[in-house]
Design a protein around this ligand. Sequence first.
Ligand code: PGA
Length: 247
Amino acid sequence: MRKRIVAGNWKMNMNYKEANNLFEALSKIKISNSTNVIIAPPSIYLSSFKNNNDKIFLSSQNVSNHNNGAYTGEISAEMLSSLDINYCIVGHSERRSYYSENDKLISKKIDALLNYDISPIYCCGELKLDRESQNHQQVVKSQIEEALFHLSKSQIKSVIIAYEPVWAIGTGLTASSEDAQNMHFFIRSLISEKYDSETAQSISILYGGSCKPNNAKELFSQPDIDGGLIGGAALNHKDFSDIIFSF
Ligand code: PGA
């Protein structure tokens, strides 16, 4: 059975005290055996959080595509690995639009992470225009092919995919559970065609984009939705725990 995953992307929010208080409060939650929780705080906090909950894992929000060297301000996969960080978000729409990251660069970041056994959480998703012009599947197909399809079967099994329609991120608009399920099924079918059905069935595909306590249950009950990547609601202890308990 695929892991159910709730991942919280804190983005560039909270000072250290606020972040540490929230992390400590979340560490006390009793999380069911079939669920993993992943927290992606600002990377400056990663080394100081004391994690004593074996259902909670830490993630970086970004990584360099380079191994090491003169890249001021960057963080390498080796550095994350040396802090026992197991996950890293890549391809988030904010990185794509504000920092001009494209799938070619993102695929290099994915390679860098996999070299150090860090699971990439690969974000993909269409713009509003793409959905309006019925081009959403084509856009996501090309994102998946360009960033992931150079990987071997065993490598792609370490990847978590997050389908995040860009028009739903931070807007309060959510994809209907039917539209989200259709896209998740489509992504799984692409993987099945390229690799095989066993590989496709083993990969967790999360939904992201205004996932909240009031819609998580319906989204997570869809057969191909294995959890969520949560932004705004991950900053609030009650909202995030309610989402963790939405399976
Ligand atoms: P949101 O963000 O839940 O605030 O829409 C999701 C994300 O950016 O991953």
